[in-house]
Design a protein. Structure first.
Lengths: 310, 423
């Protein structure tokens, strides 16, 4: 290493014999080796095996003789894509992402902008308050929200009743369940985005706002003209991270509704998980790769749409 | 790069080997074994049992069994029983993993609906001939039988009865037929209950409430030839009857978030169908034991109920099968079964145990005992949980009115047939 840095420091063209290249590679790989090994053994390997499994009819009853399975080609993929329940799960997931991601972003942004200027006094308290759901166990959150959203004894319906409104079954009516879950997810995740956006807001130079103020721009114009454009990279990050998370939404329906009523809160990830529970490993692997393709596509689309246009 | 490539090549080779070796599974699908007494493996000599046995047990049973096994060790001083309590949630996957890896306990508790899966997996040891299958309730013994061979012993059982408020029912007798049940629910609603009965509108496990009606109408889940026979008149009748409680407003239209025991205790719900564990739950919720009764399922073609519970199995890869079977033989003795009932209130699977004083004196318990001689379990096939989930979904669609019973039954049949038996 010392010899090399001296060579570079002297500004002379390094002697590039194939032998030294080889050594450089070896050194680099030896540093990367622990990660590469872990990645290969615990990530790439299982992913490849899962990919292979998705083209077979492997079931739980085959695990003692894993070689005793049949290659079925794309049969699993065809079955997943033609299953009416999978269509329902895909539609639910699409609604969840298309409504939930913008909703969470808007709420997170509103909290961040608000905390960045107005409420200086209790800033820390609010910051902690908004962030607390992010670090709270989803099971605790689900239990609390199930109590709040209960049809007969829920707090939400009790408040509505005091105004003379007969509240619906938030979680056991198929017209409301998915929307309730979207609300809970947005509430739970806005704190994370708030922190990200707060950090983003800190990077915007104060003098831009001052200049705009001098020019007579009101606060909405300042937000539209300065905050939003300069927050674009942060927003892209927020959209991608939240999007990836929301396509795989699983915990909320798993602990709150089990995908019901009438599969109205069944997500693609929960569908896949259920198939795994039934022991249909080949089918599950195929469903998981369909989900993976959906996530990859969504991320690509987001990068295209929100790419820095400068 | 190089390492990656090499490993990639290795993985590819493994993949190719796998595909070469995958020269097809056996296609000999057996019939849907519903025979009464199944062929058993030859006898195991349990008299000289010795050594250690590891036992996995779930729930309250898992916590109590360790101490309970002391009496067994007194009789077999050479055997040490190590009980590991396993939570129910984790049990299924843990047993599957153990069987797959070959690192198994000697004995494990098995939920009745898992039998098909574990036996097809080749993980369970066939029951030896020294265990007499006829001493158990027939419905319970049948849950151990997969493809004509028994792989476990029934340990405790549960069955579903009608719980109803005698103060609301007035002079009415326990319902003898479907019409009686309907009339009774309507009368109790008239007498002041908000709902005459509470039936599950759908969701996980609702098939366990509905399936008895299907059996009562004369239905069978599988025919002798091992094909599903869900579609047909019995199914339509049962679904129509079940749905009529919803259309007539006799049962809550959607799942309630208030537990039924509280609503039963204060008389808002006049009746429901459930298992023996609900006796202590409704009494803890404040129901006076004198104001409610449990009744046999109504009878049409039959008066069948659902039988569930748990079996005890020795694993195929167990180190100490002889001691394992000795332990299960011991647990199946009538007096031991009755003692076990006193320990954890689990209903004995052995018929003779019901003559013991601990059980024969209680009127409500006797009703469960009577029902157990007419109780069935779903076929022990590896895919039953998946089929049951489909049935749950169709029941829900019928009760909310998205589907008619005439559409629901073919849908159940199609779903079950396309899932198959997993062989």
């Amino acid at each position: 290493m010392t010899a090399q840095s001296q060579t570079v420091g002297a500004g002379q063209p390094a002697p590039t014999s194939p032998r030294s290249h080889w050594r450089e590679h070896l050194v680099a790989w030896s540093f990367a080796l622990p990660y590469v090994l872990l990645f290969l053994v615990f990530m790439a390997g299982p992913i490849l095996v899962a990919l292979f499994t998705s083209f077979t009819d492997m079931r739980v009853t085959d695990i003692r003789n894993p070689l005793d399975i049949e290659i079925t080609g794309i049969e699993n993929y065809a079955a997943v894509l033609t299953d009416a329940r999978f269509h329902k799960a895909a539609a639910n997931t699409a609604v969840f992402v298309l409504i939930g991601v913008p909703l969470t972003i808007v709420l997170g942004l509103a909290a961040a902008v608000g905390l960045n200027q107005a409420v200086v006094k209790f800033r820390t308290l609010f910051r902690v308050g908004f962030y607390l759901p992010v670090v709270t166990s989803i099971v605790a959150i689900a239990v609390v929200w199930r109590l709040l959203l209960g049809t007969e004894v829920g707090l939400v319906n009790a408040v509505l009743a005091s105004f003379g409104i007969d509240g619906p079954g938030w979680l056991n009516d198929e017209r409301f369940a998915l929307w309730s879950i979207i609300g809970v997810a947005a509430w739970r995740n806005l704190g994370f985005l708030m922190v990200i956006f707060l950090a983003g807001l800190q990077t915007i130079p104060k003098d831009l706002y001052e200049a705009a103020e001098v020019d007579g721009a009101n606060s909405w114009q300042r937000f539209k003209g300065i905050t939003l454009p300069l927050l674009r990279p942060t927003m892209l990050f927020g959209f991608v991270i939240t999007g990836i998370g929301y396509v795989q939404f699983f915990e909320e329906p798993y602990v709150m509704t089990e995908g019901g009523p009438l599969n109205s809160t069944l997500s693609m990830a929960l569908y896949t998980y259920n198939q795994f529970g039934f022991g249909n490993y080949g089918y599950t692997a195929a469903a998981a790769f369909v989900l993976f393709i959906a996530i990859a596509t969504l991320t690509l689309v987001q990068f295209r749409l929100l790419r820095d246009e400068t | 790069m190089r390492i990656e490539k090499r490993l990639g090549a290795t993985l590819l080779t493994i993949g190719m080997l796998a595909s070469l070796a995958a020269c097809g599974r056996d296609d000999d699908t057996g019939g849907g074994g519903e025979g009464s007494i199944a062929p058993q493996a030859s006898e195991v000599d349990t008299s000289a049992a010795s050594g250690e046995i590891d036992v996995w047990a779930m729930g309250a049973e898992g916590e109590a069994l360790g101490a309970f096994a002391e009496s067994f060790m007194e009789e077999f001083p050479d055997v040490t029983v190590n009980v590991t309590p396993v939570p129910w949630d984790a049990a299924h996957d843990r047993i599957v993993n153990a069987i797959a890896g070959g690192e198994v306990p000697d004995v494990t508790m098995v939920g009745t609906t898992w039998m098909g899966e574990f036996a097809t997996l080749g993980g369970l040891d066939p029951t030896p001939a020294n265990i007499d299958g006829s001493q158990f309730f027939e419905g319970a013994w049948n849950t151990t039988v997969v493809d004509g061979t028994s792989y476990a012993v029934p340990w405790y059982v549960e069955t579903r009865l009608l719980y109803y408020r005698t103060d609301l029912a007035g002079d009415a007798e326990a319902p003898a037929t479907w019409d009686d049940l309907k009339a009774m629910a309507a009368a109790m609603q008239e007498a002041g209950a908000e709902y005459g009965i509470s039936l599950q509108p759908g969701g996980t496990g609702s098939w366990q409430t509905w399936m008895p009606f299907f059996w009562q109408a004369g239905g069978e889940i599988m025919g002798e030839d091992g094909t599903f026979t869900l579609d047909g008149q019995p199914c339509v009748e049962a679904l129509t009857f079940y749905d009529s409680f919803f259309t007539d407003g006799l049962t809550p239209p959607a799942a309630e978030d208030v537990p039924v025991e509280g609503r039963f205790a204060n008389g808002e719900i006049a009746s429901f169908i459930s298992g023996p564990w609900m006796m202590s739950i409704v009494e803890d919720a404040g129901t006076d034991p004198d104001t409610y009764a449990v009744a046999h399922q109504p009878t049409e073609e039959a008066g069948t109920s659902f039988v569930g519970g748990s079996n005890m199995a020795v694993l195929a890869d167990a180190d100490n099968k002889a001691a394992g079977w000795a332990f299960l033989e011991y647990l199946s003795r009538p007096d031991v079964q009755a003692a076990w009932y006193e320990e954890v209130s689990a209903l004995p699977a052995v018929q003779a145990a019901w003559d013991e004083a601990a059980l024969s004196g209680d009127e409500k318990l006797t009703a469960f005992g009577d029902q157990l001689s007419d109780a069935k379990a779903p076929p022990a096939i590896a895919t039953w949980e998946q089929i049951a989930a489909e049935i749950d979904g169709i029941i829900e669609q019928v009760t909310v009115g998205d589907m008619t019973p005439e559409e629901g039954c073919p849908a159940m049949q199609d779903a079950a047939s396309s899932i198959g038996t997993g062989q």
